[in-house]
Design a binder for this molecule. Structure first.
Ligand code: HEM
Length: 208
């Protein structure tokens, strides 16, 4: 747990130096926030939202590594398994570890499939057309949340004990997607002026 909290502090340091404490993060900042980008990328790798992609069918016979895939075969790509492949991501493939994208050791290993370094958005011509939009939205959302809020595991007010988190191994599958189990946490402003800066930003947005 302490280790996880320490990881959360890293983007705060990054945000402190790039954004500071007088304005909110903006889209133009994202290129200068590698750790925030790494967190979002790792979320898509660690728990791929669509773990076996979308079904596709072969329009003609294919030979793949000596095996025939007959025309009409319905195929599912096991993105989940690919993302847990230790040959690609190393012995900690099952762990949530944004650092893997920072030190670049595994960043381009999957480039034969695509340039993301993971297969979370699928493959080839039918690759998710919303992938770029999704990442752009998640990057700025993550930057704003981490800039504004210190998030910690919730403590039971009566006992002071940490409220247990649901195990990520139990994330339910809903149709073709997986999603987190709701959990409790504590969110406090990272610094005193957070609320005022957000209010001012909202006002300036509505004036434009
Ligand atoms: C983190 C967010 C998202 C993830 C992980 C994701 C993942 C995927 C995956 C794995 C596929 C199947 C690709 C394949 O068959 O190879 C897919 C398809 C698709 N996605 Fe996404 N997606 C996300 C967000 C979005 C958004 C924001 C949009 C729309 C704005 C979108 C629109 C679509 C569409 C239309 C398809 C079907 C493409 C086709 O079959 O030609 N997705 N997505």
């Amino acid at each position: 747990m302490l280790e996880e909290q320490k990881r959360f502090q890293v983007p705060s340091d990054e945000l402190d130096s790039v954004i500071g404490r007088s304005r909110m993060p903006a889209r133009a900042d994202i290129d200068h926030l590698p750790y925030v980008q790494a967190i979002v990328k790792e979320v898509v790798r660690w728990r791929p939202v669509v773990p076996v992609g979308m079904p596709h069918h072969a329009r003609e016979d294919h030979w793949y590594e000596g095996r025939l895939i007959p025309r009409g075969t319905i195929m599912l790509a096991n993105i989940w398994a690919m993302h847990k492949d230790q040959d690609v991501y190393g012995p900690d493939a099952s762990e949530f570890n944004p650092d893997r994208w920072i030190n670049k050791t595994n960043n381009t290993t999957l480039s034969g499939i695509n340039s993301d370094g993971h297969a979370g958005f699928g493959f080839g011509k039918r690759r998710c057309p919303g992938g770029r939009t999704a990442i752009d939205s998640l990057d700025i959302l993550a930057a704003c949340i981490l800039w504004a809020l210190k998030m910690e595991q919730k403590r039971d007010p009566a006992t002071g004990e940490l409220v247990p988190l649901p195990s990520p191994e139990e994330y339910p599958i809903g149709g073709i997607t997986i999603h987190p189990i709701p959990f409790q946490f504590t969110a406090t402003p990272q610094f005193e002026d957070v609320r005022e800066i957000i209010e001012t930003s909202k006002e300036s947005l509505s004036l434009e």
